[in-house]
Design a protein around this ligand. Sequence first.
Ligand code: THU
Length: 136
Amino acid sequence: MTLPPGDEDLIRVASLARARAYAPYSKYKVGAAIRTKRNKIHSGANVENVSYGLTVCAERCAAFAAIASGETKDWDAIAVVIDDDKLPSPCGACRQVLAEFSPELRVVLATAGGLRKVTTLAELLPDAFLPDRLLR
Ligand code: THU
């Protein structure tokens, strides 16, 4: 599948982040990178913990990095990269956190070996519970 160059750039940044994942327990390293409307890229990797439950996924690390940089909405795309024979699939918690900030987000799923799939957060999390239910 041929993707626009911007998506491949985002995948490259996510792959670099993946190299910095801390995943000694699962050995399942994930990298993520978010491109904002201002064309800035914020990346993250999964960070595990010996107590297991404190683990944070790559997607949420990237989201929190974007937010901490002051970019809190209308992100263009997120790329998620693993090194496996099948594509990654963001967990439910990450889908909900991403939807808080960018329910229309483009989601680019990739493997180090070259598998690619483009979808949207709206497709991954239909009928999402969004801030407009409470913020009015
Ligand atoms: N993980 C992510 O970082 N992103 C996903 O999309 C799924 C799961 C991490 C959490 C944990 O460190 C490891 O992958 C195995 O679940």
